[in-house]
Design a protein around this ligand. Structure first.
Ligand SMILES: [Zn+2]
Length: 1012
């Protein structure tokens, strides 16, 4: 063995390899080429030419084996993988993969679906001819391991399958479009796996099926290649930043693994689940030179199987070890990526009994070779990075490809060597998922059939279904025992009031559910993801991890405003039930009559219905009413001028339940109109608003999509629009300077976002401009302000709310950032303040919303004055003096005067106007013009529902959604983000209610006509 290896090394040296020999363990296969197989000399020479330092490559990738029949990537690229100046479109990558498929029986290409813009996504299987021939047979074996119920949880049978099955290692590339290296690396990787006869590669080929999706974000890839081509054509100029990736979102496309609302997530998840793959390994580029963040940092996601945590360590450290031995600098694991959120694409494997992996390699955002300088924290040696990257290097796309391929090949080899263990683990994790009810619980989650929000319930269940979770429905009523609930105080163990403790000995309770209730059994292979999504999250403020990498809370039942009960009582599993395959909220018209009533439970489908039934007259009841023995909430719809048949059809389709009434109820109403909507985005970032577009498109709510530049050019906005939505700008775009002024135009060149010969894919179905740099401009500010003054409704959220307030669009409200507050992507409690506002129609007194550090709104009754922000409990302590703390102080030589009672008001309210302020009070805002708080944040003790809430006192009780009158119009300001990542369905209707009631937002306003 050793002798053979040495002769290989000699050959390597001849080829230009500069690797120190290292000892191999017994039976270990040398990572070296097969000396008998000829090398593609021209290709190999270029590998060396484009690699900027000899230590930026490895004996696995510093040559390319020659083949007489199989084309190399050069056939399509015109140069080798990683060559400077070469960035292929997805189409070219696919073309090459299909050439491989034609040339060798070791490669097979599968279409796995389309993107939002209609581009194809593929998966390429590479393995031995035999494995490729027997894919289906093998899939059947893996399917049994994936669902141990099929073999009655029989370990002996599982062992047989483990011994026979060929595992599947799924690699995904370039989900993040500016991270450009993966496609060429994966083209070459596929070639190597198909062609190379070295024992090291042959073992992988014979033992494992490598499945490759070379481009995940296909729409974004084509845009990125366009921009790179534009850059090559204009080498001396600055080039546009990639403002759109996919149709909807940019970087967040890797945060969709909970909601599964993007096509790319759905397609990769289906591929992963249908192939029964063991690993999902996603390639990214941001950290030098190869950061295997698989092991990551704490806290770990609480719902993963501990077996997976061990696998992360095993596989991650092997990777570092193998590449360290090659002498490649800057390869490390751990780092600062916490493994808490299950929102990442690769984490779908973690939540579906596989192994999630992620590489950050070092990319130049294109294929230029460039000098790159690192920050001290990037090149510092740390305990987990003993051979750190260099402070300054010349770096090429080929270097990046060398790292990606070397990492993947060593991973594949290690995985293949240990595949029986990994396959057995795959089975064990599935088995343990099935045993969840008896091992750790819960037994099930139940969604009651009498939840008034059947539409939202169905949306939530469909999200679970996209996750391949099995859903059942109870055939009869049933009762379960719920565990005793500890009170908050006794749970905290602080300030124990002994009497109170004795009084409260909480006892278990029971709950009855009606027939038709949904049961999500936890004795199923994918119970883990259902549990993770439906359970609550707690991120301790004392956690040593001070910088959460992403959201800290996501509880779906709370965010969808749907009732979900966690049931530990295993008797629930004995309830007679049917598996549900098709999920649809019940809808249609019931009863007889010409007036049709729709109860309002803040379900988004009501807005869809309004827009669909263009000619129907729809009114909203301003008070609750009862009719035909049925109770209707405030805001319920009364529909006229529509045929019962049309209405029934639409309502069935949308899952809206309608009651026909013989007589119209006598209740005050106002019309609900299909507002004309302008939707404004910046050219700085479309990341966060994309989720809003996705939601509106899904609901069928039409809008005109325009940039800040475009809205500034419309002379009479009120003539065209009723509502302007300005969703969060996100990223680097939230400040007044950024939004109004944009990017400086005093220097540099225009940055077009337009289709040109070099950029045929840039615009797609989104927006375009000749120059992305100018912002809204002061004229645009004037236009928006005029729109509101003349009666329009401007709706803003988070950073655009702060913007609107900074620009003085509304009086009596200010926005501040927290001091010590840390609410990082958490689910927080909200309270309904003004239930008569149309914005609140259908909502309950208690609710939940997504919050990411505010902003913190405060009200003032004085124009131009910043609202007072309360920091914790008010201190009304008396001054130092005589008597006890309750006694009044006294003044010697004077008769005591009783101090006037301080006026009391709540944190979310406009403070009462003081006598002193009333003196020549021209700044006092009349009550009818003061902001109207619709929702507020819950009290401090109830603020945290899921995630991290630290210093929550700063925002507790402060307004969360405010309707601020301004001129004849309104600015409706959100501190929460009501539309986010397809996860916040419960708060969508706050936006939709604003849209539908745009011309009646003052309905129910108590002080509307009050004297000044
Ligand atoms: Zn990335």
């Amino acid at each position: 063995m050793n002798r053979v290896f040495q002769s290989k090394l000699a050959l390597l040296a001849l080829l230009g390899g500069t690797f120190a020999p290292y000892a191999l363990a017994d039976g270990e296969t040398a990572p070296a080429r097969d000396p008998k197989q000829p090398v593609d000399a021209a290709y190999t020479e270029k590998i060396h030419k484009y690699t900027t330092q000899p230590y930026f490559t490895s004996p696995l990738v510093d040559y390319l084996p020659a083949s007489k029949t199989v084309p190399t990537p050069q056939t399509v690229l015109g140069d080798i993988s990683g060559a400077p100046g070469i960035l292929p479109y997805a189409e070219d990558v696919y073309k090459y993969m299909r050439l491989l498929e034609k040339a060798t029986p070791r490669v097979k290409v599968f279409s796995i679906g389309k993107t939002e813009e209609g581009r194809e996504m593929i998966a390429v299987a590479v393995s031995s001819e035999e494995n490729i021939k027997n894919l289906e047979e093998n899939r059947a074996r893996l399917a049994k391991l994936a669902d141990p119920r099929t073999i009655k949880l029989g370990d002996a049978e599982a062992d047989k399958l483990v011994a026979q099955a060929v595992p599947i290692y799924y690699i995904t590339g370039t989900i993040h479009s500016p991270e450009t290296g993966a496609p060429t690396a994966l083209m070459e990787l596929a070639y190597r796996l198909a062609v190379d006869e070295s024992p090291y590669i042959k073992e992988i080929r014979d033992g494992t099926i490598t499945l490759i999706t070379p481009v995940v974000e296909v729409d974004g890839r084509d845009r990125m290649v366009d921009i790179y081509k534009w850059h090559l054509a204009h080498p001396k100029q600055f080039f546009p930043w990639l403002v759109y990736w996919g149709k909807y979102v940019a970087h967040d496309n890797n945060r969709d693994a909970m909601g599964v609302t993007l096509k790319l997530t759905e397609n990769v998840l289906n591929t992963y689940v249908n192939w029964k793959a063991q690993v999902l390994h996603d390639l990214h580029e941001s950290v030098p030179y190869l950061y295997d963040n698989t092991i990551g940092d704490e806290p770990y996601n609480a719902w993963i199987d501990p077996i997976l945590a061990d696998e992360w360590q095993i596989i991650g450290w092997n990777n570092v070890s193998a590449m360290t031995k090659f002498g490649m600098p800057g390869v490390f694991a751990h780092g600062d990526f916490d493994t808490w959120s299950p929102g990442y694409l690769m984490f779908m494997a973690a939540m579906h009994n596989g192994i999630s992996r992620l590489y950050e390699t070092f990319g130049n955002g294109g294929a230029d070779t460039e000098e790159r300088a690192l920050q001290p924290e990037e090149y510092a040696r740390t305990w987990y990075r003993q051979n750190p990257p260099l402070p300054k290097v010349l770096w090429s796309q080929r270097d990046n490809n060398n790292y990606e391929e070397t990492g993947l090949l060593t991973s594949l080899h290690f995985f293949n060597e240990n595949k029986r263990m990994f396959l057995k683990n795959f089975y064990l994790k599935a088995k343990r998922s099935i045993m969840k009810p008896t091992e750790e619980g819960p037994a099930a989650y139940v969604l009651p059939s009498d939840d008034p929000r059947t539409g939202l319930q169905s949306e939530l269940l469909q999200a679970l279904q996209r996750q391949a979770v099995e859903i059942s429905r109870a055939k009869s009523a049933f009762t379960v025992t719920l565990p005793a609930k500890k009170s908050k105080e006794s749970a905290k163990g602080k300030e124990k009031d002994q009497k109170a403790e004795k009084a409260e000995t909480p006892a278990p309770t029971t709950r009855e559910f009606h027939a038709g209730s949904y049961i999500i059994r936890m004795d199923q292979p994918y119970s883990r993801i259902a549990d993770a999504l439906l359970d609550h999250q707690y991120w301790s403020p004392d956690d040593p991890q001070k910088t959460p990498y992403d959201d800290t809370g996501w509880t779906f039942g709370e965010l969808f405003h749907v009732q979900v009960t966690r049931v530990t009582d295993t008797k629930v599993l004995d309830v007679p039930m049917d598996r549900v395959t098709e999920l649809r909220a019940p809808g249609g018209v019931k009863g007889d009559g010409a007036v049709f009533a729709i109860n309002n439970n803040a379900e988004p489908a009501l807005a869809t219905l309004r827009y669909k039934l263009k000619d129907a007259a729809i009114d909203a009841a301003e008070e609750p009413f009862e009719s035909g023995g049925k109770k209707f909430n405030r805001g319920s719809f009364l529909v006229r001028n529509v045929s019962g048949g049309d209405l029934d059809r639409t309502a069935s389709e949308l899952g809206v339940q309608i009651t026909a009434l013989s007589i119209a109820p006598s209740v005050k109403t106002h019309p609900v109109r299909a507002a004309r909507i302008a939707f404004v985005h910046t050219w700085l970032s479309t990341q966060t608003e994309g989720w809003w577009r996705l939601a509106l498109d899904k609901l069928g709510i039409p809008y005109d999509y325009m940039s800040t530049q475009a809205v500034a050019k419309i002379p009479d906005l009120n003539a065209k629009y009723d509502v302007i939505l300005f969703p969060p700008a996100g990223g680097w775009g939230g400040s007044v300077n950024a939004i109004v002024n944009g990017v400086p135009t005093a220097w540099g060149n225009p940055l077009p976002w337009a289709n040109t010969p070099e950029t045929p894919n840039l615009v797609g179905k989104n927006d375009s401009t000749d120059d992305m740099r100018p912002g809204l401009g002061w004229e645009g500010v004037g236009r928006l302000r005029e729109f509101v003054q003349k009666g329009g409704v401007l709706l803003t959220a988070t950073d655009t709310s702060s913007l609107a307030l900074a620009l003085g669009f509304a009086d009596g409200i200010s926005a501040q950032n927290g001091n010590k507050m840390k609410i990082i992507g958490s689910v927080v409690g909200t309270r309904l303040v003004d239930d008569s506002s149309p914005i609140a129609y259908g909502y309950d007194e208690k609710g939940a919303a997504y919050c990411d550090n505010g902003p913190i709104f405060s009200l003032s009754s004085i124009a131009g004055q910043r609202g007072r922000r309360r920091l914790g409990p008010e201190m009304h302590a008396r001054p130092t003096g005589r008597g006890s703390s309750d006694d009044p102080d006294f003044t010697v030589g004077r008769v005591g005067v009783e101090a006037p009672e301080e006026p009391k008001f709540e944190t979310w309210e406009s403070p009462p106007v003081m006598d002193e302020q009333k003196r020549n009070g021209f700044r006092v805002i009349p009550p009818s013009l003061r902001p109207r708080v619709i929702f507020r944040y819950a009290d401090s003790k109830d603020l945290l529902i899921s995630g991290l809430v630290e210093g929550g006192d700063e925002i507790a009780q402060h307004p969360a959604v405010v309707d601020a009158p301004s001129g004849k119009g309104h600015v409706v300001l959100f501190s929460i983000n009501p539309v986010y990542r397809g996860e916040t369905w419960g708060t969508y209707s706050m936006v939709l209610n604003t849209i539908l009631n745009f011309d009646n937002l003052n309905a129910g306003r108590k002080d509307a006509t009050e004297a000044k």
